[in-house]
Design a protein around this ligand. Structure first.
Ligand SMILES: *Cc1c(COP(=O)(O)O)cnc(C)c1O
Length: 497
């Protein structure tokens, strides 16, 4: 299987695509053609555990990795760091849906599903292509990705991970999760600025040839762990197969029955992985793209126009979905236009200059045949958390609630009775204050910090507060570096001295 760039550059192997991250023409790497799983093969997954399912699926998508390499990587990624054997268990949301829980990993959010495996894929890819330098991962984070990257790369030989977060711009729990990180190859630096400052600072470092030279002299090479890397997308394909296999094992569906997935969406990586599973033979119905008030994707899927001009950016209680430019959408466009790199490049250029583009009628028809979309506002999110807890006794976080609310409306409006899976992307305790407020009202959270809110949430609902949160206040702080926004490169060099 070869990988193409969405903007037309020459094909490369999957391991090269993972090592490079971005294609040299600025495009994203996508499979040139998809592996094909037979009904018999999908049925056989029902008897496997998660690690075996991962080996089976990844083996087809990553043919230049040996079965032995993948098996070891998977064992390392999805072993003791997860709090349950199932890794990505399914729960019932009353009788109306299943929830695919992707937050049983070390940082309690779905980013772990990919970032626990990516370091292995990256170091293996380096070896295959004669890279002997230490792979140096730079990350700018608005909260969740930073901790997931730190945990993933923690003490992985041949790698080093440095995370920048906006000083004062992340939640109390998110900051403590990062600055208490152990390991001998992790660095965490607060930037005096907002997330955009941190992000543009990292981009500047990536494009600075002098910095690259200095890194090279130190025996290091820069790389990226954000979701443009195919190595972050491919582990996510596995859990859609796994969800289907669980439904088969449970007798909720028969082999060949279609299943809808409703996915809380930001950068479009999670839902695109479902699409890729479908292209590889998984029987999918509709993919329902759920957004918060930053609803640019809802409009795009309903009209074919992607327009960010004059659009306000809202800070919501589902912050990991607060995004206006969904980078992985470029991969979908490439597919919708029949792998026409020139066409995708033109649309992306248009987005840059006009802040909008429109796909043609043929692309729109294909898009709407596979996808549906909806969004929900802040009150709607809180109402959904409260109602689902009261009616179905299922506790969900603010991101998952977006999907749950959008699915509820979709089912009412369309009458579509296809079995549906809500993709559950974070532990309710990761956003404990918002969840508590939804269930117990504003008075309940007044004057409480994140940790007091989580304790009260546990008491009120009888659900268990994860150790990762409960133990945070008592953990020693290991990272105290702070830098000005125009001194990030110096801060990195300082940190690795
Ligand atoms: C990152 C994230 C999302 C959005 O996923 P995308 O792949 O960016 O669409 C949703 N929920 C949570 C909790 C996340 O951390």
């Amino acid at each position: 299987m070869q990988m193409l760039s969405t903007r037309g550059a020459a094909a490369v192997s999957p391991s090269m695509a993972i090592l490079r991250g971005l294609a040299p023409d600025g495009g994203l790497y996508v499979p040139a053609e998809f592996p094909s799983f037979t009904a018999e093969e999908i049925r056989s997954l029902a008897k496997m555990d998660y690690q075996e399912r991962a080996a089976f699926v990844l083996g087809r998508f990553l043919p230049d990795f040996t079965a032995e390499e993948l098996k070891d990587a998977i064992a390392g990624a999805y072993g003791t760091g997860f709090d349950c054997q199932a890794v990505a268990p399914m729960a019932k949301v009353g009788t109306r849906a299943h929830a695919l829980e992707l937050w049983h990993g070390p940082t309690l959010a779905f980013k772990d599903m990919a970032l626990q495996l990516l370091p292995y894929l990256l170091t293996l890819s380096g070896k295959k292509h004669g890279e002997t330098r230490e792979v140096f991962i730079l990350v700018a984070t608005s909260g969740d990705t930073g901790k997931a990257a730190l945990e993933g790369f923690l003490d992985v030989p041949g790698t080093r991970c440095c995370v920048f977060y906006p000083d004062g711009g992340v939640s109390q729990a998110q900051r403590l999760q990062m600055v208490t990180t152990g390991g001998s190859n992790t660095h965490v630096i607060a930037v005096k600025g907002n997330f955009d400052d941190a992000q543009s600072g990292v981009k500047k470092i990536f494009s600075d040839p002098d910095f690259a030279k200095e890194m090279d002299a130190q025996g290091r090479v820069l790389s990226s762990a954000n979701s443009i890397n195919f190595g972050r997308l491919v582990p996510q394909i596995v859990y859609y197969f796994s969800a289907y296999a669980d439904l088969l094992a449970e007798g909720a569906i028969e082999m060949g029955d279609r299943v809808n997935f409703c996915v809380p969406t930001g950068n479009f990586g999670d839902i695109l992985a479902a699409d890729y599973a479908g292209k590889a033979g998984l029987p999918l119905g509709r993919l329902i793209c759920a957004s918060n008030e930053n609803n640019v994707l809802t409009d795009f899927i309903n009209t074919g126009v992607y327009d960010i001009s004059g659009r306000d950016f809202y800070k919501t209680i589902s912050p990991s979905m607060d995004i206006l430019i969904s980078s992985n959408l470029e991969r979908l466009l490439f597919d919708l236009c029949g792998q026409d790199g020139a066409k995708v490049a033109a649309l992306m250029a248009q987005l840059k200059t006009d802040r909008r583009y429109q796909v043609d009628a043929q692309m729109l028809e294909k898009l709407q045949a596979r996808y549906a979309a909806g969004y929900v506002n802040e009150d709607g999110i809180r109402e959904e958390i409260r109602r689902t807890w009261e009616e179905d006794h299922y506790l969900m976080d603010t991101h998952t609630a977006v999907a749950s609310a959008v699915l509820r409306r979709y089912q009412q409006e369309t009458g579509d009775e296809t079995p549906c899976v809500i993709v559950s992307t974070a532990s309710p305790y990761k956003f404990g204050a918002s969840v508590l407020e939804a269930i117990a009202g504003e008075e309940a959270v007044a004057g409480k910090d994140d940790f007091a809110c989580c304790q009260m949430l546990s008491k009120l609902t009888g659900t268990r507060e994860p150790d990762q949160i409960a133990k945070l206040p008592a953990m020693p702080i290991r990272h105290t570096a702070v830098c000005e926004k125009d001194a990030m490169a110096e801060a990195v060099l300082d940190a690795v001295k």
